[in-house]
Ligand binder design. Structure first.
Ligand code: ADP
Ligand code: MG
Length: 238
């Protein structure tokens, strides 16, 4: 189960406030998509949830447990980055095994999990390849697979399609939707692409300049945008 509560989350870098107090509830197994223009604080918020950066003010709870000071490796949260961040000298299998070994899993369990992830993401024929021998879409599937072998309760995906060309983008988008359906984890997905948001989300969070403008289903945002910013961003007729 993975139910997240963000209460008054603020982030300040030196003397710049980037997040001004984010309040949000995310339900178990929900697919939540954060949208908003470049620089509005989407990646920063994901990094706080993952524990890669400290929260300046406010609290973050996972299943009722305060997580502010829990190290990233103990949160049960995995993040997939826009840039894949694969190890170039390791093959696909080793890339996927690396994080699982750090968790202290024994070899047979690591093998089992990699086989499962490779099957789900159709990576079986690619396990011996190095990242440079893969297409962009395949690399991103490996990056997702690497997160998957950790069996996180929460997946964070930061613009996972933005380095892919249009054809691959729809492939990997479908893969992510299928993965959410199959594993039933909670997904938090960042994009600045309205089409991705509208097609993937149970719930969309529209951000602007470090604040939440509106939260709702794709249909609610389209039919009843709270303001002109949301209407323009979602492309609704208001
Ligand atoms: P988004 O992902 O929505 O494009 P970011 O979360 O990356 O936006 O950035 C939000 C703001 O925070 C930007 O103005 C960015 O310059 C600033 N910012 C992000 N990371 C840092 C950092 N490590 N130090 C200083 N400012 C940062
Ligand atoms: Mg970003």
């Amino acid at each position: 189960m993975a139910q997240l509560s963000l209460r008054g989350i603020k982030k300040r870098f030196k003397n710049t406030d980037v997040l001004h107090g984010i309040d949000l509830e995310i339900g178990d197994r929900e697919f939540v998509v954060f949208v908003g223009p470049s620089g509005c604080g989407k990646s920063t918020l994901l990094r706080l949830i993952a524990g890669l950066d400290p929260i300046s003010d406010g609290d973050f709870f996972l299943n009722g447990q305060k997580m502010n000071d829990v190290p990233p490796s103990r949160r049960g949260i995995a993040m997939v980055f826009q840039s894949y961040a694969l190890y170039p000298h390791m093959d696909v299998y080793e890339n996927m095994a690396f994080g699982a070994r750090l968790m202290g899993l024994d070899k047979p369990e690591v093998e089992k999990r990699i086989a499962e992830a490779a099957r789900m993401l159709r990576l079986e024929p690619l396990l011996q390849r190095k990242p440079r021998e893969l297409s962009g879409g395949q690399r991103q599937r490996v990056a997702i697979g690497r997160a998957l072998v950790r069996k996180p309760a929460v997946f964070l995906l930061d613009e996972p399609l933005s380095n892919l060309d249009a054809a691959l983008r729809s492939d990997v988008r479908l893969e992510i939707a299928r993965l959410h359906h199959d594993i039933g984890g909670t997904m938090i997905y960042v994009t600045h692409d309205q089409v991705e948001a509208m097609t993937l989300a149970d719930k969309i969070v529209v951000m602007n300049a470090g604040r939440i403008e509106q939260v709702g289903s794709p249909r609610e945002l389209y039919e009843t945008p709270a303001n002109t910013f949301v209407a323009t961003f979602i492309g609704s007729p208001r």
